[in-house]
Structures are given as structure tokens and as C-alpha cells.
Design a protein around this ligand. Structure first.
Ligand code: M5T
Ligand code: MG
Length: 584
């Protein structure tokens, strides 16, 4: 029950629906037990004593009770549904919100498809149990209690004898529960894997097709689909094995009832009508116990789902706003690293080691180094996407951890190698970081990002919806929209992480023009592989294996006999070769 206790805050606010549903459930159950009693009355007092004048009254009374039961069933079901639907609405919102605020570190290990299946199938599992499972469980308990009371009222010895086999039935049901819970957890897990597979395949369809790996993907899908099938089959086997056994044990009670009950009637210590009523009542006990399997099944599924939801809800936010002090204001743009070390995982090697530098507001810092050297990692620390393992990151002389995350992210703009655009209008994509931006501001940002012209040529201009009706953009166009998006926020610090490496030389020139505009008056970090992109920087930091190897201005570094000089020579020589091959 721990899982449901932890989830209480989501469903308990709607307890009024639950309580209403339950109250009418008690009424319905009580009426159910009245059926066999009416039967007993009809046989013993009407038929056997030939009191025919009672029949109309009994019939009308019966119809009346049925009508009450109808209304009660409606309220019970509808309120039960409301309880489930409202609770799950709240739960789903909380999950989504949680996902928004989880740090990158969480997503490093999470799989999209799996998260999607948690947000859909698992949430549904919990809803189903809240709406029906809870009710069923209580109904069974109430039905059993009332039935036993009525049976004892008719005959205590017969009750005891009839119920003698039921503990065995209960043991089988218990064993069933033990077997079925892990099986259902397996199903849910397997479904998460299946989803991941599909999602990755669809997101990566370009890669799949360009490397013609369709067959490989299909096989991979077959594997997870096969695993899902096996999981389902084994659950189904458990189900099929236990169900007939439970029914068989139930029927033994009926045999005992008919034997001993028949004897009591013949002996005259029991009325025939009472025996008939007993027969119905005993099923009111066996049926819930057998079906307890079904409810337990539902409960197990919901519990497994609930656990998976709690895993998300209880995931560590890791990076949170400090309680005090908090700076909300926008920064001016001085960035300082003091002996910063960063390790992504506890026992991984240092991604950065003992990094120190200082950038004054408005300065341009170039970061260069081979792939995996730690360039991106440096920038991730400024926005607190990750926390340094050691050392301090300061902005305007204050620790980044003392800023609110919001203020920080509003002060720092990013243009990455590949920019993600949402499938909405260009206008909204540009103003994504500052939804309150006016149309003039959006157009101004686009103009400065050299994007205005091509946007006007699109079918609906700024209202063109991306990703629809084949509305794609070229890499360079996307990049310029991303730059406009960064400008729109008007950040004090801007990070250009390989912003031009994915496009051709000509587009790069255009983007470079846009970037020069972006850099004006902002502290800028340029990460690039091409020296031409960062040779005008106020300081260039050369990284290798997470450490600073060299630093200084271009003119100094090219004569320093170090890594930078080597890179420069390679790129410069290349250029010379190309040049001489053209000029012949
Ligand atoms: C530096 C590791 C990576 C590498 C080192 C971003 C990131 C990096 N790493 C992680 O373990 N998890 C992460 O989320 O850290 O990586 P980098 O800073 O990304 O290097 P880079 O930006 O200089 O490389 P590139 O290829 O972008 O030029 O060991 O495994
Ligand atoms: Mg990088």
C-alpha cells in the first residue's frame, strides 16, 4: 500500500467523489443480498403456504428495489469515474511539470519512449484502479460480510460447513497475487522498452534510412515486440492456471452445501426456501474471492504503474534554487571560473579539471580544442545545467548558485550546432524565450539575425508553421531563426557552441554576419573548430582533455609552438593548398 500512500496527495483532494461513490456502493450491495431473501420468502411463505395474494405486493416491492438499485448504481459509477479522472488529471499535470524541471542529468539516462509510456499507459493504469478497482475491492468485502451475516441468520451449522473450503480458496488467491505482480511489472517495463524503440526509430528515421538500416531496426523492433509478447504470454499462463483451480475449489463448497443442506431440509430443521437462498448467498462469497484475483490483478498493475510514476515524481531535482540569497536581476556579464572541476558521474573521469579564467562584460572568449576536450562542458556550468564538482563559477562576482535559475537562463543565450525548432509558427519560435515580445521586437531580432528576408518569402511569412505541409527549412535558415531566438531574449552573455559548423562556407559567412550582430555589447563565448571563427577573440582558451593548455590572443598563440599553432598551420596550409590549386 506504500505506493498509494505516497500518491495520496493526488487523489485525496477528490475524496468527496470517492465517499459518495462508496456510500451508494454500500446501498447497492445491501440490495444485492436482499434478492435471495426475497426468493426465500417467495418459496417458503408464498408458494409452500399458498398465499397467492402476496404475489402482487412482492412483485411491486421487487421492482421498487430494482429502481433504487439502478439510481444508486448510476451515482456509484459516475462518482467513481469522477474520482479517477480528477485525480489523474492532477497527477498527469504534476508529472509533466516535474519533467520540465528535471535536470539534464536525469535525461542523460532516461529514454523518451519509456517516459512517454509512463505518462500515458501508467497513468491510465492508476486511473482505472482509482475508478473501478477500489470500488470493486470494497464491494467484495461488504458483500462477503453481509452474506455471512444473512447465512448465519438462516443456519449457523450450515454456514460453518459450507465455508470450510474457503480458506483453501483464499490461499490459492494469495499465491496468484504473488505470481502475478512481478509479471505485470515485467509487462509495463517491456512496454516502455517497446515505446523507446518506436520513438527512437521515428526521431532518427533520417539516420536509419541514410545508412539503410531499416532491416536492422525492424529486427530490433521484432525483438522488443517479441519480449512484450512473451511477458504477456507468461502472465496469461499464470492467469489460466489459477482461474480454473479457484473455480473448482468454489464448487466444492456448493457440493458440501447441497449435501449437508439437503440433509437438514429432509430432517426438517431447515426450510427449502432457505436452502435456495443459501445457494445464492454462497456464490456471493465465492465469486468475490475468486474475482479477488481480478481486482488484485488490477491493483498489481496500478501499483506497478504507481511505482513507475513515483520514480519520476521523486527523482532528484538536484539543481534547485537556493533559499538565500537569491539574485533575480539580469546580469551585466562578467564571468569568472575559479579552479573548476567537473565530473558528470561520480566515478567518471574529470570532464574539466582546474579551469580558471575571467571574461569582462562585452569581451569575446574563444574556446578551441579537439572533440571531447570540454568546451561544451564549460558552458553548461554557467547556466547551471550541471554543477561543478569543485571550484566556483561566478557571474558579476556572485556565485551562479545564488542566482535564481530563471534569472540565470534569461541572462545567457545559446546558439548550438543544431538548433531545435518547435512545430509552431516562426513568430512563436523566435519569441520562445520571451513570449511577451512584441511583433516589432520579433522582426527586429529576425533582421539582426539576417533571417527577415527569407522569412518574408515563406508562404505565410512570420505565421508560417514549421514542420507542417512539408514546411522544412535549410540548416542555415534554421540556424538564423535560432540566432533570432537568442537575440530576442536580449541576454547579457551569449554562447555560440559550434554554431556554424553544420553549414557550408557561404552560409557560414551569412551566419557570421548575424553573429557579429548578436555579439555586440554582450560577453560572448565562441566555440569553434575553425580558427577563422574565433581569431578576433579577446582571449582564446585552448583545451585538451578538460585542461587549459594555452591561452592568449591569436597573434601570440600562433607563435607559441603549441596546439593552437599546429591547428592553425593545418587549417592555414589547407587553405594555401586550396588556393594554389585554384590559381594553378
Ligand atoms: C567533455 C563528457 C564527454 C567528454 C567530456 C556534455 C557532456 C559531456 N560528457 C558527459 O559525460 N556528459 C555530458 O552531458 O565530458 O565533453 P564536452 O564538453 O561535450 O566536449 P567538447 O564540447 O569539447 O566536444 P565537441 O565534440 O562538442 O567538440 O569526455 O564524454
Ligand atoms: Mg561540444
Amino acid at each position: 500500500m506504500g505506493t498509494f500512500k505516497k500518491l495520496k496527495m493526488y487523489y485525496w483532494p477528490y475524496k468527496k467523489y470517492f465517499i459518495l461513490s462508496m456510500s451508494f456502493l454500500i446501498l447497492i450491495t445491501a440490495i444485492t443480498v436482499v434478492y435471495p431473501m426475497i426468493l426465500q420468502l417467495t418459496i417458503d411463505d408464498v408458494v409452500l403456504q399458498k398465499k397467492y395474494s402476496w404475489i402482487p405486493y412482492l412483485s411491486i416491492g421487487f421492482v421498487f428495489i430494482m429502481a433504487i438499485k439502478g439510481v444508486a448504481t448510476f451515482i456509484n459509477q459516475y462518482m467513481g469515474d469522477l474520482f479517477g479522472i480528477f485525480s489523474v488529471y492532477k497527477l498527469r499535470n504534476s508529472l509533466y511539470e516535474k519533467l520540465q524541471f528535471l535536470p539534464f542529468k536525469y535525461y542523460d539516462n532516461a529514454k523518451t519512449g519509456d517516459l512517454m509510456s509512463r505518462l500515458t499507459a501508467d497513468v491510465e493504469g492508476v486511473r482505472f484502479f482509482l475508478s473501478y478497482g477500489f470500488t470493486e475491492l470494497l464491494r467484495f468485502i461488504i458483500l462477503i460480510i453481509i452474506s455471512v451475516i444473512v447465512m448465519c441468520y438462516y443456519s449457523v451449522p450450515l454456514t460453518v460447513v459450507t465455508l470450510i473450503t474457503l480458506p483453501f480458496l483464499a490461499i490459492v488467491v494469495y499465491k496468484f497475487d504473488k505470481a502475478v505482480h512481478p509479471a505485470f511489472r515485467g509487462i509495463r517495463k517491456s512496454f516502455g522498452r517497446l515505446n523507446t524503440n518506436v520513438q527512437e526509430n521515428i526521431s532518427g528515421i533520417n539516420t536509419v534510412k541514410s545508412l539503410s538500416r531499416e532491416n536492422f531496426q525492424t529486427d530490433k523492433f521484432n525483438d522488443s515486440n517479441g519480449d512484450y509478447k512473451v511477458q504477456n504470454l507468461s502472465t496469461s499462463f499464470i492467469w489460466a492456471k489459477y482461474f480454473p483451480l479457484m473455480e473448482f475449489l468454489g464448487n466444492i463448497s456448493v457440493v458440501v452445501l447441497l449435501g449437508f443442506g439437503g440433509y437438514l431440509v429432509i430432517k426438517g430443521s431447515m426450510h427449502p426456501g432457505e436452502l435456495v437462498a443459501f445457494y445464492s448467498l454462497v456464490w456471493y462469497i465465492i465469486w468475490p474471492i475468486v474475482n479477488l484475483g481480478f481486482v488484485i490483478n488490477m491493483f498489481s498493475q496500478a501499483k506497478a504503474s504507481g511505482e513507475r510514476l513515483l520514480e519520476v515524481l521523486e527523482a532528484d531535482n538536484m539543481i534547485e534554487d537556493q533559499s538565500l540569497p537569491i539574485y533575480e536581476e539580469k546580469v551585466i556579464g562578467e564571468v569568472e571560473f575559479k579552479n573548476v572541476t567537473l565530473r558528470y558521474e561520480q566515478d567518471a573521469k574529470d570532464a574539466l579539471y582546474d579551469i580558471s579564467f575571467k571574461a569582462m562584460p562585452g569581451q569575446v572568449i574563444g574556446l578551441i580544442g579537439s572533440t571531447g576536450a570540454g568546451k561544451t562542458s564549460i558552458t553548461q556550468l554557467m547556466t547551471r545545467f550541471y554543477e561543478p564538482s569543485d571550484g566556483e563559477v561566478l557571474i558579476d562576482g556572485k556565485k551562479v548558485s545564488d542566482y535564481s535559475i530563471r534569472a540565470l537562463r534569461r541572462s545567457i543565450g545559446f546558439v548550438l550546432q543544431e538548433s531545435f525548432l518547435f512545430s509552431t509558427t516562426i513568430k512563436e519560435n523566435i519569441s520562445y524565450g520571451r513570449p511577451e515580445a512584441t511583433m516589432d521586437e520579433i522582426i527586429d531580432a529576425a533582421k539582426r539575425a539576417q533571417a527577415h528576408e527569407f522569412i518574408l518569402e515563406l508562404p505565410d511569412g512570420y505565421d508560417t508553421v514549421l514542420g507542417e505541409r512539408g514546411m522544412g527549412l535549410s540548416g542555415g535558415q534554421k540556424q538564423r531563426i535560432a540566432i533570432a531566438r537568442a537575440i530576442c531574449v536580449n541576454p547579457s552573455i551569449i554562447i555560440l557552441d559550434d554554431a556554424t559548423s553544420a553549414v557550408d562556407m557561404e552560409t557560414e559567412l551569412e551566419i557570421q554576419k548575424a553573429l557579429t550582430e548578436v555579439m555586440k555589447g554582450r560577453t560572448t563565448f565562441i566555440i569553434a573548430h575553425r580558427i577563422s571563427s574565433l581569431k578576433h577573440a579577446d582571449e582564446i582558451i585552448v583545451l585538451e582533455d578538460g585542461r587549459i593548455k594555452e591561452r592568449g590572443v591569436h597573434e601570440y598563440l600562433i607563435k607559441n609552438n603549441g596546439l593552437y599553432q599546429r591547428i592553425y598551420e593545418i587549417q592555414f596550409k589547407d587553405y594555401q593548398t586550396v588556393l594554389s590549386s585554384i590559381t594553378g
